[in-house]
Design a protein. Structure first.
Length: 396
């Protein structure tokens, strides 16, 4: 197995930086506050239009044409429409399965958010709040969501697997990302007591999730667990015979490598990729099939300034407005880091690029130079990403 895929980020789980227009007229920084700041009618209309237009049948055709074999689809905990004021999105996921089956793609359903937050990130649904694992009733709710997803899609031809929870943060990453300051909470009282999840909790949760999902999921479909940003901590986990087709997901971004002390030159990126990504994935592949479920070409060198670990103007980090690099210079940086990362993922069982598309205007909106590399379509079109389609000169 060496799966090639792309994430459909910002479709069913919103991220403000990927689609700023959705948040216009509000001060909301995350999906939790958006429906609380818009009228019910405006929220419903805005979400309805976004979901109908952001990803369509045409995109599944395009993704297949790019040489991809699978999509990872982030879904929210309110997918079934049972957590007001949010609007469910199971009909959209139903459509995605029909498109995938028609055009020969597989789907990894990724439960991307949890009530009360599993990481405190904006993409976890609520900034600065990380208390989900401290709330037994919400842990149980998440298990019921996973159970319902497995029951509904378990026997679909396009289903590759189900990821039980995206990026539940643990101590090391909590400290490195400085979550409370990077993602300040709106309601300090709600955020009070926020803390990283423990590995002990995650192990118990993953075991329960596996049991609940496997009741409905055929053995050949995969159950995917996230490493909690501790890739090598899982060697003694799920070694028993009863655990079948469990995949370990790791997310590796160069911006996190930078936050971890990696220098901001192409040679230092490549050395870091070899020493950390490649080495650790090869090591862990002895225990699980390992996929890199999120990664991209984004790096500070191509942005022309230190992004402080991938922070943007939304975090108060002023970007560069001028295009410092030539098109060819940018292309060389991206091709180099792409090839190095792809070589690392080949030591495992596959990857999913983050993300398929981006609606941020990286040309007209100040401070977003270099962020276009988050958009897989642009990476293919500009020849930044090695593929059969673009072994040609040129670029933006």
């Amino acid at each position: 197995m060496n799966l090639k895929g792309v994430n459909l980020g910002n479709w069913l789980v919103l991220e403000k930086w990927m689609s700023p227009a959705l948040f216009e007229g509000t001060t909301a920084e995350d999906e939790y506050y958006l429906p609380r700041q818009l009228s019910k009618e405006v929220y419903k209309a805005r979400i309805g239009i976004h979901r109908a237009e952001y990803i369509t049948e045409r995109d599944f055709v395009a993704i297949r044409a790019m040489g991809m074999e699978a999509v990872r689809i982030p879904v929210p905990y309110f997918i079934f429409g049972d957590r007001a004021p949010f609007i469910g999105c199971v009909k959209e996921l139903d459509k995605a399965f029909c498109w995938a089956e028609r055009y020969g793609l597989e789907i990894l359903i990724d439960l991307h958010t949890a009530p009360m937050g599993q990481n405190g990130f904006d993409n976890g649904g609520i900034c600065g709040v990380c208390k989900w694992s401290q709330c037994p009733e919400e842990v149980e709710f998440v298990l019921t969501v996973l159970e319902r997803l497995a029951e509904r899609y378990g026997n679909r031809e396009a289903l590759w697997g189900i990821e039980v929870l995206n990026e539940p943060i643990t101590k090391g990453a909590w400290k490195m990302m400085d979550v409370p300051n990077r993602y300040p909470a709106v309601d300090q009282e709600m955020a009070e007591g926020s803390a990283p999840n423990t590995l002990a909790f995650l192990r118990k949760f993953y075991e329960k999730a596996y049991e609940r999902i496997r009741k409905f999921l055929p053995e050949e479909k995969y159950v995917v667990i996230h490493d909690g940003f501790e890739l090598t901590a899982w060697k003694d986990f799920m070694r028993e015979e009863k655990y079948k087709n469990v995949v370990l997901d790791t997310h590796q971004y160069l911006m996190m490598a930078e936050a971890n002390g990696c220098g901001q030159t192409v040679e230092e990126y490549k050395a870091y990729i070899k020493e950390h990504y490649e080495k650790e994935i090869e090591e862990m592949q002895k225990y699980f099939p390992v996929i890199c479920g999120e990664w991209c070409l984004f790096n500070s060198k191509a942005c022309g300034h230190d992004t402080k670990g991938g922070q943007s103007v939304l975090n108060g980090v002023k970007g560069t407005d001028a295009q410092i690099l030539t098109s060819e210079g940018k292309r060389e940086i991206y091709r180099d880091v792409a090839e190095a990362q792809l070589a690392a993922w080949e030591k495992g069982s596959g990857y999913f690029y983050w993300s398929y598309k981006l609606l941020t205007d990286t040309v007209n909106d100040p401070g977003w130079t270099g962020w276009d590399s988050w958009d897989f379509g642009r990476c293919i079109d500009f020849g930044w990403f090695p593929s059969e389609k673009n072994d040609r000169k040129g670029g933006a």
